[in-house]
Design a protein around this ligand. Structure first.
Ligand SMILES: CSC[C@@H](O)[C@@H](O)C(=O)COP(=O)(O)O
Length: 338
């Protein structure tokens, strides 16, 4: 087998412990805001199934969730899941023995997996309908960034879920996916999902996005989110911000597709979001092969924040599509406090 074939093969890796999941999340074998939370919690379920925590599962659950939450700071999903699950476990522990508690926590986690797929299908449907309502044309062309599909969620995807829904309705002419430097989630993952499912897709480099908007009749830009805060400012994969600026310049609606679990009403503005800075090697090499001059200094923020004013299409959630100014009211009472 060639080196390339080894690096780009499809393979499943078993995660047997919370520590396995922590490492997979940290080194981005698992990535994408919803998938980080789901895999993190599932790893806890695996350990609980084997009896972890003995007579004190609550302490084990608390320490595990705390560890998992520390793996990556920007996406809110793991932190939200940890808080909700901890509250659930503490309540359950009042009336259940250790074995019963483990079982009910595992059931909660399995339910989380199912909820995410259902929410994504709703996001796909709401997003597709919203985009189609704005265009009389028979088919639409979408530009997306990073990977927000089955590989970033429990299944179906958020922004890529919208693309899937448009394709299922036979209304997708084409999706343009950015390469998404430096980690290439677009060329490695989104392109993979599109090819696997026969979705008409074209790969572009990030630097071709503005030109693509001008030349390729883009109907809408749809991206995912790692954290949407109260005023609608959105942290997502670095490069999202410049796409939103270019979309505004070309009069193209810009949408963020995200489940309510990616929303954080406890932060007022995007300035409060912690942006993860990744190792410089992710920029200076690809698969261990150097691509930059040795010794060059590097800044490698993994995310940027798109100001709410640029989210002109709306924020597509499982509850509907909202303008940034409508989000807080729409979610208040539906989200647990962080
Ligand atoms: C449904 S995934 C949404 C976001 O998490 C996604 O757009 C993104 O920015 C992923 O970043 P990553 O660094 O690959 O975890």
């Amino acid at each position: 087998m060639t080196l390339e074939a080894i690096r780009y093969r499809t393979a499943y890796e078993e995660l047997r412990s919370v520590q396995d999941a922590f490492e997979a999340i940290k080194c981005m074998k698992v990535r994408g805001a919803p998938a980080i939370a789901i895999v993190g919690c599932l790893s806890l379920a695996v350990e609980l199934r084997a009896g972890a925590g003995g007579d004190d599962p609550v302490t084990f659950i608390r320490e595990s969730l705390c560890h998992l939450t520390s793996a990556r700071p920007t996406a809110v999903n793991m932190g939200r899941a940890a808080r909700e699950l901890m509250e659930f476990a503490e309540n359950e522990s009042m009336e259940k023995n250790s074995e019963q508690l483990r079982e009910s926590v595992i059931a909660w986690i399995e339910d989380m997996l199912e909820r995410d797929v259902n929410d994504n299908r709703k996001i796909g449907n709401y997003g597709a309908q919203h985009i189609l309502s704005g265009v009389p044309r028979a088919s639409v062309t979408i530009l997306t960034h990073c990977n927000t599909g089955s590989l970033a969620t429990a299944g179906y995807g958020t922004a890529l879920g919208v693309v899937r829904s448009l394709h299922a309705l036979s209304r997708l002419k084409r999706v343009y996916c950015t390469e998404t430097r430096p980690y290439n989630q677009g060329s490695r993952l989104t392109a993979y999902e599109a090819v696997a499912e026969g979705i008409p897709a074209t790969l572009i480099t990030d630097s071709m996005a503005a030109l693509t908007m001008r030349e390729m009749d883009i109907t809408a830009v749809v991206v995912g989110a790692d954290r949407v805060v109260a005023n609608g400012d959105t942290a997502n994969k670095v490069g999202t911000y410049q796409l939103a600026i270019a979309a505004k310049h070309h009069g193209i609606p810009f949408y963020v597709a995200a489940p309510s679990t990616s929303c954080d009403l406890s932060l007022e503005s995007g300035r409060d979001i912690i942006i993860e800075v990744r190792p410089s090697e992710e920029l200076t090499s690809i698969n261990g092969v150097p691509i930059a001059a040795p010794g060059i200094e590097v800044w490698n923020p993994a995310f940027d924040v798109t100001p709410h004013q640029l989210i002109t299409g709306g924020i597509i959630t499982e509850l509907g599509v909202f303008l940034p100014s409508e989000l807080q009211a729409a979610l208040t009472g539906r989200l647990t406090a962080l």
